[in-house]
Design a protein around this ligand. Structure first.
Ligand code: PGA
Length: 260
């Protein structure tokens, strides 16, 4: 965590919960949010429950009394049209979202998203006035064969190609080693810090070191209350993208507090 950057902790609920549980989880997190200190909090529910969460947050023009913001888990790269089953960035914005996760490893591996797809989505999400949370990270096989740096470099440069420095300054990047997602195997603080420093250097190449210094880079992959503090202590880790532990209000708030 850096004193120059405010940390951001986002909950990625994935395809979990029902409407009643989404509402009660949101209410519990909103009630505890003021005690988490100086940290931005974001909830990314399934698209179908986004309005439920927006209502539970009391969202008006993207701002909730609790300060907790709403985000999408994915979006299409077009504004509207014949794309059955998809959600447009403007629709997320319309119901009060301020963020959108893009290029999550589950989207990349299970739904065929490439760096080019993610790049188009990043541009569309920025155009809709949302902040993209752009995910990158290597698989276990890639790490074990010494390819982490090459893979992350390709993903960052490909996913963020052609984004002007002014826009880059507003985005969030999430480093999520695929082998750590949902496995209980968290990266060591040193492993995470090393890749975060690489990502920041790459962002500097795409913009300038001064701009890169302002961009928030989250760590994701089995973040829990008991490992959040040591990750938060790393100089280039500016928050967390939390899956499993974001489904429990107490755990999510404890992680937020570690970064606050
Ligand atoms: P996890 O998921 O916290 O359950 O490992 C993180 C993510 O997929 O964003």
């Amino acid at each position: 965590m850096s004193t120059r950057r405010k940390s951001i902790v986002a909950g990625n609920w994935k395809m979990n919960l029902d409407a009643a549980k989404a509402r009660s989880l949101t209410e519990a997190i909103a009630a505890g949010a003021k005690q988490t200190g100086s940290v931005d909090l974001v909830l990314c529910p399934p698209a179908l429950y986004a309005t439920t969460v927006a209502a539970a947050l009391g969202l008006a023009a993207g701002v909730a009394p609790s300060g907790v913001a709403l985000g999408g888990q994915n979006a299409h790269d077009k504004e509207s049209g014949a794309f059955t089953g998809e959600v447009a960035p403007g629709m997320l914005r319309d119901i009060g979202s301020r963020y959108c996760i893009l290029g999550h490893s589950e989207r990349r591996t299970l739904f065929g998203e490439t760096d080019a797809t993610v790049n188009a989505k990043v541009k569309a999400v920025l155009a809709a006035g949302l902040t993209p949370i752009v995910c990158v990270g290597e698989s276990l096989a890639e790490r074990e064969s010494g390819r982490t740096e090459a893979v992350v470099t390709e993903q960052v440069l490909g996913s963020l190609a052609g984004i002007p420095a002014d826009d880059l300054a507003t985005i969030v990047v999430a480093y999520e080693p695929v082998w750590a997602i949902g496995t209980g195997k968290v990266a060591t603080p040193q492993q995470a810090q090393d890749v975060h420093a690489l990502v920041r250097a790459l962002l500097g190449r795409l913009s300038s070191p001064t701009v890169a210094d302002t961009i928030r880079i989250q760590y994701g992959g089995s973040v829990k209350p008991d490992n959040a503090a040591e990750l938060a202590a790393c100089p280039d880790i500016d928050g967390a993208l939390v899956g499993g532990a974001s489904l429990k209000a107490d755990d999510f708030l404890a992680i937020a507090k570690a970064f606050g």
